[in-house]
Design a protein around this ligand. Structure first.
Ligand code: HEM
Length: 495
């Protein structure tokens, strides 16, 4: 019966999707430019490379900064310049704030139960307030400084030890920093960097390494897994159990590990009065959250903290290892300001070149390349075009950060572009990497501090050089523009 309804409804659907939509534009605003695609599937085949941010940026050269595409039966408005992106994120935020989740993200976030993909509602406001108060706001960041200092000291100590043991062997910086950062995130959420956990429901122990895989890397890969029904919502009634089972299994493993970490911390808190951590804070401040919501909010801190600073610092060190002149310039700046002392957070404001390197890295590599899709709730306009209600909106941050009208040679990694004397120009050239408006990144302060301190300290202590064969190895993977192959670099302690 369902099949008959679907097939019988096809001509009507086709008319609605490809014909009516164009006719709906009111006369006073032009319709959006459209990227030509195929009937039924629209532009899906042109996007199969899994790097939509790059394809969108290329299309902007032909169709302009705002255009529409078809992903199956969905109309997606793609925004590729700072002006239109800000128009959507700030001016028209009330109309374009609802999230449109894919099936995998919906499953993994228990239908919007974390800050990052929640709609703009009471849950969002409460959860974000707690996150800022305990983890990411300026006061919380001051309290958490001890964890950051330990992270940087440990990273540096481990690199020195690696060099001492095998001076000619290239180091895999990512592996080492990722584990350290995850440990720091655990201290913030659970009060300690848990080295291993017995997961009762799985009947086995997990090392820190396995926890990173289960709670962070697998989740980021799962989040971009595609269910074909995302593109054909009218066929959602057709089961796709293999896909659902795979994602549900990932989500279930994650919840079991989170549950064990929560139970362990609760036991510890009962015996150790005054244990300061996000779990204890949430339980004492917010009685309305369910157990599942608490576990997901804790998980969000783990996954958000442990990823983008790794992506950013790895790309920055990759560029510096490949560019001795710029590496020397940064080293000289740090030496001039810090002398023989180790770089500290107090010194960061006096290190403009380090800041420029950070800014240029998040511009060029845009760790969050496309903002999670939003949904247009009523007819509106963007960039002077009519945008019908029901469209999805993809804000291509990578595209904004590679807009040739704003950035000279956008493909080039050139930190000097952020060193211009005139502060107005600097403001104008600020990248869109952290987003804008009410949903601007709440972790920007933490990300900036950790990334600058890590890059600064590792350049202060070591000379970096890429292992042979690493030059031009700039491919990315996953939700957050991670380097496809980990950087392998030769390091030499400076005198
Ligand atoms: C260089 C590093 C980072 C970059 C480039 C980045 C980028 C972004 C962007 C573009 C958004 C906006 C998404 C939107 O408009 O929907 C965002 C939101 C968010 N970021 Fe970051 N982020 C970084 C680091 C972090 C860190 C370290 C954390 C937390 C520990 C974090 C937590 C969040 C959260 C919770 C949101 C959602 C905010 C909201 O919806 O109100 N981010 N981030």
């Amino acid at each position: 019966m369902d099949v008959v309804v679907a097939v019988g409804g096809f001509p009507l659907w086709f008319r609605k999707t490809f014909v009516d939509h164009k006719q709906k534009s009111p006369t006073n605003l032009p319709p959006l430019p459209e990227v030509p695609g195929l009937p039924l599937i629209g532009n899906l085949l042109q996007l199969k490379e899994k790097k939509p941010h790059k394809t969108f940026t290329k299309w902007a050269e032909t169709y302009g900064p705002v255009y529409s595409i078809k992903t199956g039966s969905n109309t997606v408005v793609v925004l590729n310049s700072n002006d239109v992106a800000k128009e959507a994120m700030v001016t028209r935020f009330p109309i374009i704030s609802t999230r449109k989740l894919t099936k995998s993200v919906k499953i993994l976030t228990h239908d919007k139960s974390i800050v990052g993909v929640s709609d703009y509602n009471e849950f969002y406001k409460t959860a974000k307030r707690h996150m800022l108060t305990h983890i990411l706001g300026p006061n919380a960041q001051k309290r958490n400084r001890v964890y950051r200092d330990a992270l940087i000291d440990n990273t540096s100590d481990q690199l020195h030890a690696l060099f001492k043991n095998s001076p000619l062997e290239a180091v895999n910086y990512r592996e080492l920093f990722q584990l350290g950062l995850f440990g720091m995130a655990m201290k913030q959420t659970f009060g300690e960097a848990v080295e291993s956990i017995y997961v009762h429901e799985l009947g086995k122990s997990m090392s820190k390494h396995e926890m990173v895989k289960c709670l962070v890397t697998d989740m980021l890969v799962g989040a971009i897994d595609v269910d074909w029904r995302d593109f054909f919502p009218y066929l959602s009634w057709i089961p796709n159990r293999d896909f659902e089972k795979k994602i549900e299994h990932m989500g279930m493993l994650r919840m079991k590990v989170m549950n064990s970490l929560v139970q362990k911390t609760r036991k510890q808190s009962a015996s150790e009065e005054g244990l300061q951590c996000y779990l204890n804070y949430l339980e004492s401040e917010e009685k309305s959250l369910s157990e599942k919501q608490i576990q997901l909010l804790l998980w969000e801190v783990l996954v958000a903290t442990s990823d983008t600073p790794v992506v950013t610092t790895e790309w920055a060190l990759y560029e510096l290892a490949n560019d001795p002149k710029r590496q020397d310039r940064l080293y000289e700046e740090i030496s001039r300001v810090c002398g023989s002392e180790k770089i500290t957070e107090e010194k960061l404001p006096q290190l403009p070149y380090l800041y420029a390197i950070f800014q240029e890295t998040i511009r060029a590599y845009s760790p969050i390349a496309i903002v999670p899709l939003r949904y247009v709730c009523e007819d509106t306009e963007l960039g002077g075009y009519f945008v019908p209600s029901g469209s999805e909106v993809a804000i291509n941050i990578y595209g904004c950060n590679h807009d040739k009208n704003v950035w000279e040679n956008p493909e080039e990694w050139n930190p000097e572009r952020f060193m211009e004397e005139n502060s107005d120009t600097m403001e104008l050239h600020k990248s869109m990497a952290f987003g804008a408006g009410k949903r601007v990144c709440v972790g920007a302060l933490e990300a900036m501090t950790i990334s600058r301190l890590t890059i600064g300290r590792l350049i202060q202590e070591f000379e970096w050089r890429l292992k042979d064969g690493q030059v031009d190895d700039v491919d990315t993977v996953g939700l957050t523009s991670r380097k496809l192959h980990p950087m392998l670099a030769l390091i030499k302690p400076r005198k």
